[in-house]
Design a binder for this molecule. Structure first.
Ligand code: BT5
Length: 301
C-alpha cells in the first residue's frame, strides 16, 4: 500500500481533511482497505476503519515498515520470500487467515482467523555467520508482546514460545525464519511469526494456547501486530541485546536435551547460546554447537 495512503489515514484520524489536499491515489488506497469516509462541507471525514486490516495496523504503527495485508493467503512466508527475492525490504506481510501455513521442516501450521500471521522482510543487520541471532529475535519479540498483556512465557530452543502448565507446556507461537539473497546479490531475512492471539480453544490444535485463553480477555490483533513489529525493529537495531533477552526467557538452558538436525542427533546438557546465536550442548564427547534443529527436553537420568 502506497505511503500516501498511510499519511492520509493519519491526517483523517486527527480530523476532516479539505478535499483539495486529498491525493486521489491515497483515497483509492483507503477505499481498497475498506476504510469508510464521507464528503461534507468540502472535506473528507473518516467514518470507520475495519477492526483488523491494513488501516488498523498502520494507524498507530511506530516503525517505518510497509504493511501488506491479506484477508486470506496460503502462507505469509511464501509471499514475503517473493517480495524479498524481488528486492523489496522493510515490509511486513500480514494475513487474517492462512490456508497453507508452514512450520519448520515441512510441518504445517494451523492458521485460523483470530491469530496474528505475520512475515517481516528486512536487510540483515548482522554478518551471515551470526544470522541465527536475528532468527531468535522473533521469539523474543513474541515474549515481550505477551508480557505487555500480562502473559508470561518461556522460549524453547530455537524458537517455540510456550506457556508453562501443570499438564505440560502449551505452544503459544512459533517462528519460521528464512534468509537468502536477491537477484542483485543483496541479503534478506524473513522472520515469520505465528502467534495465537485472539483464538478460542476449540479452534486450536492440541497442546496449543492463545493470548485470549491465557489472559481471559479479547485480544486486539492490530495492536498486537504493532507491538510485535516495534519489538522486532528494536531488536534488529540492537542485535547484541537479543542473546541476553533470549537467555533470560529460555526454558532450554540447563536442561538435558536431545537435538535432531537434518544430519545428526545429539544428546547432552544445553549450556548456552553462543554469540552467533547457536545452541551450545555439553555432550559425553565434548562441547557441540548447533544452529538449527528440533529439541526435546529430556528428564535428567
Ligand atoms: C513452527 O514450526 O513453530 C513455526 C511456525 C511458523 C508459523 C508462521 S505463521 C506466519 C508465517 N507464515 C507461515 O506459513 N509460517 C509462519 P514447528 O516448530 O515446525 O511447529 C509446527 C508444529 O506446531 C506442528 O507440527 C503442530 O504440532 C504444532 N502447531 C501447528 N499449528 C499450531 C498453532 N496454531 N499453535 C500451536 N501449535 C501449532
Amino acid at each position: 500500500m502506497p505511503e500516501t495512503g498511510r499519511s492520509l489515514l493519519r491526517k483523517l484520524l486527527a480530523g476532516p481533511v479539505p478535499i483539495e489536499e486529498v491525493d486521489p491515489e491515497a483515497r483509492t488506497t483507503l477505499a481498497a482497505a475498506n476504510v469508510e469516509y464521507s464528503t461534507r462541507d468540502g472535506a473528507l471525514h473518516l467514518d470507520t476503519i475495519p477492526a483488523y486490516g491494513w488501516a488498523a495496523i498502520v494507524a498507530d504503527l511506530a516503525v517505518p515498515i510497509g504493511i501488506e495485508f491479506h484477508e486470506t493467503i496460503p502462507s505469509t512466508n511464501d509471499r514475503a520470500r517473493s517480495i524479498a527475492t524481488a528486492g523489496d525490504r522493510d515490509v511486513a506481510v500480514v494475513a487474517a487467515e492462512q490456508t497453507g501455513g508452514q512450520g519448520r521442516r515441512d510441518r504445517s501450521w494451523e492458521s485460523p482467523r483470530g491469530g496474528v500471521w505475520c512475515s517481516i522482510v528486512f536487510t540483515p543487520t548482522l554478518q551471515a555467520s551470526h544470522r541465527s541471532l536475528l532468527q531468535l529475535a522473533g521469539a523474543v519479540a513474541v515474549a515481550e508482546t505477551a508480557a505487555e498483556i500480562g502473559v508470561n512465557v518461556g522460549i524453547k530452543w530455537p524458537n517455540d514460545v510456550l506457556v508453562p502448565d501443570t499438564d505440560g507446556p502449551k505452544k503459544l507461537a512459533g517462528i519460521l525464519s528464512e534468509s537468502g539473497t536477491d537477484e542483485d546479490g543483496r541479503a534478506w531475512v524473513v522472520v515469520g511469526i505465528g502467534l495465537n492471539a485472539d483464538i478460542p480453544p476449540e479452534a486450536l490444535p492440541p497442546d496449543a494456547t492463545s493470548l485470549r485463553i491465557e489472559s481471559g480477555r479479547d485480544i486486539d490483533r492490530a495492536t498486537t501486530v504493532q507491538r510485535l513489529l516495534a519489538s522486532v525493529w528494536k531488536l534488529r537495531a540492537a542485535p547484541e541485546t537479543i542473546r541476553t533477552s533470549w537467555r533470560d526467557r529460555s526454558l532450554t538452558l540447563g536442561q538435558v536435551v536431545r537435538i535432531e538436525t537434518d544430519t545428526r542427533t545429539l544428546r547432552g546438557r544445553a549450556v548456552d547460546i553462543t554469540e552467533t546465536g547457536a545452541l551450545a550442548v555439553e555432550t559425553d564427547s565434548g562441547r557441540e554447537v548447533v544452529s538449527a534443529g528440533d529439541c526435546d527436553h529430556l528428564r535428567p537420568e
